[in-house]
Ligand binder design. Sequence first.
Ligand code: PMP
Length: 464
Amino acid sequence: MSSADPAALPNSPHARDKAYALHPYTNARAHERRGPTVIESGKGIYVRDDQGNEYIEGLAGLWSVAVGFGEERLVEAAAAQMRRLPYYHSFSHKANNPAIDLAEKVASLAPAGLNRVFFANSGSEANDTVVKLLWYFNNARGRPQKKKIISRIRGYHGITVASGSMTGLPWNHRDFDLPLPNFLHTACPHHYRHAWEGESEEEFASRLAGQLEQLILAEGPATIAAFIGEPVMGAGGVLVPPRTYWQKVQAVCRKYDVLIIADEVITGFGRTGRMFGCELFDIKPDMLVLSKQITSSYLPLSAIVISDELYAGIADNSDRLGNFGHGFTTSGHPVATAVALENIRIIEEDGLVANAAAMGERLQAGLGELRDHPMVGEVRGVGLIAAVELVADPATKRAFDPLGKVGAAFFERGHGHGLIVRAVQDSIALCPPLIINAEQVDEVLKRFRLTLDDTYTWSRENFA
Ligand code: PMP
């Protein structure tokens, strides 16, 4: 242990973190050995740790800090609202002005026909609410058997018991006794990994829509409530579906009266170069799920926007039962909603959606130049969200064995080059703040390339 080791002092934050914290999404024993990276401050696209190292936050935190770090307007919005009314709830007909204004704003931005907004705190809570609204609605409509929900393998919808059941990733299920019954998973629209030899994107999309139809028929259409998907899959590895995939999926869902839920927790508020990912693929959802960039994650907040028809069914049922027995202590929190309003104002005033489109093109083009690198299998993305899949042999698409070690090595080496990324197994995700400029995109690309070369050298020694 060198004297520079930040954990050397028994009372250091590093030592205390190792002693007291159980970290989300972290190998706990590895954390005891490695210790934390303690992030102390942030400005724009940069964050700084307690050792004085500066990093480009290449994932905008967790795909979420749209306006960058240190945005004073959000600090001011929070402080002003804290002084006026730091908290109030929305139960029993109570309302507060920021929550009213935000509901109106979100409804005005959302796709046509989605006009009612329910607030929660996280993406997972929002998706749990989605499940409960679907069940409540179908009970109210006298269809108590129509309860199953279909999501995709590698889809990500959260980690609570119901949202974790919709998530289609093994590490969210294994040893957690998930998924619950009645949560079904269909194929993942990742052409590079799952298309047959010679199958075009169009043919692949048709085959997947056909599989979805077979699943619905096998289970019985009268038992399927909804299909949920991210327009562009994020946490599962940034998977952009074939261009016609959503049209084909929507047609199948409509045919069997299966509602469509667009989980835009990552794609919402400009990430793909459009305000919502639904616009990219002409998705017409019955519910839209939002979080993360709604406040740039300065405060926890999520929103579900529902169709007029769903609202009518839910409202009538609450009238029949005398109550709507669902809601969180902090639903419509005045400080979180005030921050969201100011954050959306910044996104609009500063043209951050258009910036994401322009800077996204630059980022995607720059990453595209890595296609010839001897460790790069696929480069994919849209707008300011992208991933580079690292493979043992690009010619055959052969993955590294075991999966994930090279991705983890890239992640750690990135820190050395001042770049924070996310490794989804061996796919390296980038998702920088929407405020990024051209020079900064080039700097991300430069640091990415350096990390890639370093990791390649390491992999040659360790994966001969
Ligand atoms: N849905 C999607 C599409 C997500 O990406 C995430 C988080 N990465 C969630 C839901 C869950 O959000 P949270 O972590 O806030 O519960």
